[in-house]
Design a protein around this ligand. Structure first.
Ligand code: FAD
Length: 383
């Protein structure tokens, strides 16, 4: 699959599968299994996997366009896809000892039959996902893990979970290891419902692991090497992907607002809203300027990821922090401009507004990213 084919297939899925159901799935908090099936059938679940395991071997540029296109139609599905790509990247980067055991799973992903996700955040360390409180215990060649994972996108729907836990003999708070835990493993259970303000259709529920047995072949990193994998494998794609979810939401907000300003009328004046009020046109213009600014920032990040250089990590940190703010600002403006029609849920705008608030909360949160950026500018250690 080429970049253009991937984007065109995504557009079709967004139009045919996501858009018609996004509002209803949001209302009822229903996870879109048909969206995952469509993504699997079209080959998009294996987007970044090597061709040897049935993937398309595509890079961050295509990933960015796919996520953005999905988010424009339904940000919940875009986040499900994003977490899947991160889970897949973590499995694909498995240490040599794990390659034989995980290859059949990578082939299943390449064939579009396996959804993965990340289970990093823990109830005790909250947004500080780099410091799990759970600790894997030796169990023969493998380990068993007991943990309270506080939010897991696609919980109960994914076929596998990439789980972080402190290494059995780890000394410090970031001496974690990544493990692959497949759905159906004894001791793995949903620990509650998902009823969020936004991204209501992505099943980001808590899960518990109760003495889950993980064979040595499913230990994805060396003991204590989970933290570098989080920073090098997960963080760049996660920050890029969340920025693209934000961009999709902003584009949908601009389009929805423009449509409302064209179609809603002041009948007593014989004019459309946008035709009548320059202040609304000015706010719409600001939304467009901010959206295009975010798009340019994402393009710059993609370029930095394609050709890594000194600025790359700074751009990775900046992009998610900035995108979270832009998405909240643009969708808030859309709520104001569309007035009562948005407030009373006659338009999709309020879903976009609620969904836009997730990005800044998801770890590393916008506040934490600012901490990292400030510290790095001052030459201070980040952890
Ligand atoms: C929709 C959604 C899906 C998610 N999916 C997943 C998933 O698939 N896998 C997963 O592992 N996790 C997932 N998460 C969890 C997410 O990444 C965060 O861990 C979680 O949102 C933490 O929330 P909290 O309010 O408990 O964090 P808290 O740590 O309690 O943060 C509270 C506030 O303190 C601020 N803060 C915290 N630390 C600092 C600091 N050092 N400096 C400055 N300010 C700070 C935060 O910015 C925030 O404003 C998801 C979350 C959401 C909302």
């Amino acid at each position: 699959m080429t970049h253009d084919v991937a984007v065109s297939k995504t557009r079709e899925i967004a139009r045919e599968v996501l858009a018609p159901c996004a509002a209803q799935n949001d209302k009822t908090g229903r996870f879109s299994t048909e969206a995952v099936s469509a993504l699997g059938e079209s080959g998009l679940l294996g987007l970044m996997l090597p061709e040897g395991v049935g993937g398309s071997g595509l890079g961050p540029r295509t990933f960015a366009d796919v996520v953005m296109t999905l988010a424009e139609a339904d940000a919940s599905v875009a986040m499900v896809y994003l977490m899947h790509i991160l889970g897949t990247a973590s499995i694909s980067a498995a240490r040599p000892n794990a390659v034989q055991a995980v290859t059949p799973i990578l082939r299943e992903i390449g064939a579009g039959r396996h959804l993965s996700t990340l289970a990093f955040s823990e109830a005790g360390s909250r947004s500080h996902f780099w410091a799990p409180l759970s600790r894997a215990q030796r169990n023969g060649d493998g380990v068993h893990i007991s943990a309270k994972k506080s939010w897991v996108t696609s919980a109960g729907h994914a076929q596998s979970y990439v789980v972080s836990s402190l290494a059995p003999e780890g000394k410090g708070p970031t001496d974690s290891t990544l493990y692959l835990v497949t759905a159906g493993t004894r001791g793995l259970a949903l620990a509650g419902p998902w009823d969020g303000l936004g991204l209501r259709a992505n099943a980001s529920a808590p899960i518990t692991l109760g003495e889950c047995e993980v064979p040595s072949g499913f230990q994805l990193t060396d003991d204590g090497a989970g933290f570098p994998a989080m920073l090098n494998v997960v963080l760049p794609l996660f920050n890029l992907g969340t920025a693209c979810v934000a961009l999709g939401l902003c584009r949908a907000a601009v389009a929805g607002t423009a449509s409302h300003l064209k179609n809603a009328k002041f009948e007593h004046l014989g004019q459309g809203l946008g035709e009548s009020l320059p202040t609304l046109r000015a706010q719409l213009a600001t939304m467009q300027i901010d959206t295009d600014g975010l798009s340019a920032r994402i393009e710059d990040l993609v370029d930095n990821l394609e050709k890594p250089r000194e600025t790359t990590m700074l751009r990775v940190l900046e992009a998610k922090a900035a995108a979270g703010d832009v998405a909240i600002s643009v969708t808030s403006a859309a709520m104001r401009v569309c007035g009562g029609a948005a407030f009373s849920k006659h338009l999709d705008i309020e879903r976009l507004f609620r969904d836009a608030h997730a990005g800044a909360v998801m770890a590393p949160t916008g506040d934490v990213l600012r901490e990292f950026i400030g510290k790095s500018l001052l030459g201070m250690p980040l952890f």
